[in-house]
Design a protein around this ligand. Structure first.
Ligand code: C2E
Ligand code: CA
Ligand code: CA
Ligand code: CA
Length: 275
């Protein structure tokens, strides 16, 4: 039993080392990828459910790896977060998103996802304002999407970050609502303009009377507090009708469009405005 125990320890240590090596590899590859231009930002429309017009594009990062092909953010954002690369990567994403938005009509905004680590970094708010200045984009055209995990350890920097940028006109959206540690306290405490109801309330195995009632309650709250309620993951016209009927103001999902490159985003806008 003793020998077995020691072997187990060895095995455990070896697998930890492998995991560490793998992370180091992805970290190094990510830094190189940034330098080699293998990353790009795609944009997915967020549509006004009343008028059908595009109000916002959400920036979603893509990695076109020369050998592994297209990598989804779920495969590398977590590593970027653990290794700190997310700071460099995040700054780059915000800059690209701001630049693209500056080309669009003035009533269209861009939404950027922020990791908690980016927000806690010193000078985070300044970095974002600088990206906006460099792109010549008004702060009111930027939305920052944050998840509830940001508030897990109640941090002064977080509150300051949100306050500073809100005062400049940047808007905040609460992402993936209903999946994490949902507390109405965050909505009460921070000036969110938008709540994005997670797609698990729209499609999947747990859809029914309950999820419908929850969406209705959130939509009702949104209308009272003058917040937009976005339904995520809309894939069918039936889903679109259901969430509109439940009172959601905005929708996002493959039913409308997948995330597309910036030139296609610009084309979608031009098309819509020429009709
Ligand atoms: P998210 O912020 O919840 O983004 C929405 C995800 O849902 C996107 O996946 C989008 O492509 C996908 N989606 C949109 N409509 C539909 C639909 O109708 N059906 C289905 N099944 N999926 C839909 P994506 O691009 O793979 O991104 C995954 C996650 O990675 C994002 O979830 C976000 O948490 C993170 N992420 C993406 N880009 C960035 C980024 O630039 N920075 C950071 N920090 N995180 C990012
Ligand atoms: Ca998001
Ligand atoms: Ca989401
Ligand atoms: Ca998500």
């Amino acid at each position: 039993a003793k020998v077995n125990g020691r072997n187990q320890v060895c095995f455990f240590a070896a697998s930890m080392t492998r995991e560490l090596v793998r992370k180091k590899e992805i970290e190094a590859e990510l830094r190189a990828a940034l330098a080699r231009d293998e990353l790009s930002i795609f944009f997915q429309p967020i549509v006004d459910l009343e008028t059908g017009r595009i109000r916002t594009f959400e920036a979603l990062v893509r990695w076109f790896h020369p050998e592994k092909g297209e990598l989804r953010p779920d495969e590398f954002i977590p590593v970027a977060e653990e290794t700190g690369v997310i700071i460099t990567l995040g700054n780059w994403i915000t800059a690209q998103a701001a630049r693209a938005c500056a080309q669009w009509p003035e009533d269209v905004t861009v939404a950027v996802n922020l990791s908690p680590l980016q927000i806690r970094a010193s000078g985070a708010a300044l970095g974002i304002l600088q990206a906006l200045r460099e792109a010549n984009l008004s702060p009111s055209r930027l939305e920052l999407e944050v998840t509830e995990s940001l508030f897990l350890d109640d941090n002064q920097n977080t509150a300051r970050f949100i306050k500073e940028l809100s005062e400049q006109g940047v808007r905040f959206a609460l992402d993936d609502f209903g999946t994490g540690y949902s507390s109405l306290g965050y909505i009460n405490k921070f000036p969110f303009k938008k709540i994005k109801v997670d797609r698990s309330f729209v499609s999947g195995p747990n859809i029914g009377v309950k999820s419908d009632a929850i969406i209705r309650a959130v939509a009702e709250m949104g209308s009272t507090l003058e917040m937009d309620i976005v339904a995520e993951g809309l894939e069918t016209i039936d889903q679109v009708r259901a969430v509109r009927e439940a009172g959601c103001t905005l929708g996002q999902g493959y039913y409308f469009s997948r995330a597309v490159p910036d030139y296609l985003a610009a084309m979608l806008l031009a098309q819509e405005r020429n009709e």
